[in-house]
Write a protein that binds this ligand. Structure first.
Ligand code: ATP
Ligand code: MG
Length: 251
């Protein structure tokens, strides 16, 4: 069968563009250099970010797949471009926390860096207008965002992903503090109802601290003006792939 071709833009988000393809069951995901924080209030273009994120995400999604959690990634088709299963995104963002940082510190008055005795899972309603509010299972069920079995699967899959990623980052002397996942329902023929891990696993949606120094290697560098995000991401690429980052593509 001929390789699917990119068609029209379906959706443009803050970090990526999603295109239709000649195969109805697939979308074409393009990673941009745009960085945003505080729900789009702070914005910048960071050279190479899209390409670094695309490479990291593909690498981590494949590891997760190997650990038994199916993902939407079908094929890497360019340095910033990936063919993925077209999904109905479940509007429940799943956050896994190993150490307290970010919103949980403000909400519960915890000090950043407080170790959690086991991985903590939080659900957020995916809504830019509402600033992605924290929800519980009852909200998701009440408003029809997900079914009970789906929430149970989201928890199971998120913990499995956490175990896989913790081991991966540990091996690179990096602590996985927290991260966000999105899931979706497969729409393709014979796939109906199947849940796949969607979107991306990148330092945009994770907190990564260098062990020993506690230096931040994630988007907090941009949120909190702690240094150059491009340099941070290129360094992270080198740490993962064992070679310096060289750009292959324009944004
Ligand atoms: N396999 C998929 N099929 C369809 N949509 C997807 C798939 N994977 C991810 N998406 C959606 O594509 C969009 C990715 O764009 P981006 O990450 O730039 O969005 P965003 O600005 O973070 O906005 P959003 O608040 O919608 O996530 C997200 O809305 C995400 O839910
Ligand atoms: Mg996003």
């Amino acid at each position: 069968m001929a390789a699917p071709q990119r068609l029209g833009l379906l959706y443009e988000g803050k970090a990526k563009q999603i295109y239709a393809t000649t195969d109805d069951d697939l979308v074409w995901m393009h990673f941009k250099d745009d960085a945003t924080a505080f729900n789009g209030v702070k914005k910048a273009s960071i050279r190479d970010k899209g390409e670094v994120n695309a490479a990291i995400s593909a690498h981590l999604l494949r590891r997760v797949e190997d650990a038994g959690i199916p993902t939407h990634l079908v094929e890497v088709v360019g340095p910033r471009d990936q063919l993925c299963h077209r999904l109905e995104i479940i509007p429940v963002e799943v956050v896994v926390r190993n150490i307290a940082a970010g919103s949980i510190c403000r909400r519960l008055g915890l000090e950043e860096g407080t170790a959690l005795s086991r991985p903590l899972i939080e659900f957020f309603y995916k809504s830019d207008e509402l600033n992605d509010p924290l929800i519980n299972d009852d909200h998701a069920l009440m408003f029809g965002w997900a079914e009970a079995w789906e929430l149970a699967y989201l928890r199971h899959a998120a913990l499995r992903v956490n175990a896989t990623l913790c081991e991966f980052w540990d091996g690179l002397d990096v602590t996985l503090v927290d991260f966000k996942l999105e899931f979706g329902r497969a729409l393709g023929k014979g796939q109906t109802g199947r849940i796949l891990l969607a979107d991306e696993i990148t330092p945009d949606g994770s907190r990564l601290w260098e062990k020993n120094t506690l230096r931040k290697l994630d988007k907090d560098v941009f949120r909190r003006d702690l240094g150059d995000l491009g340099d941070t991401y290129r360094d992270l690429f080198a740490r993962i792939f064992g070679e310096a980052f060289h750009a292959d593509s324009e944004a």
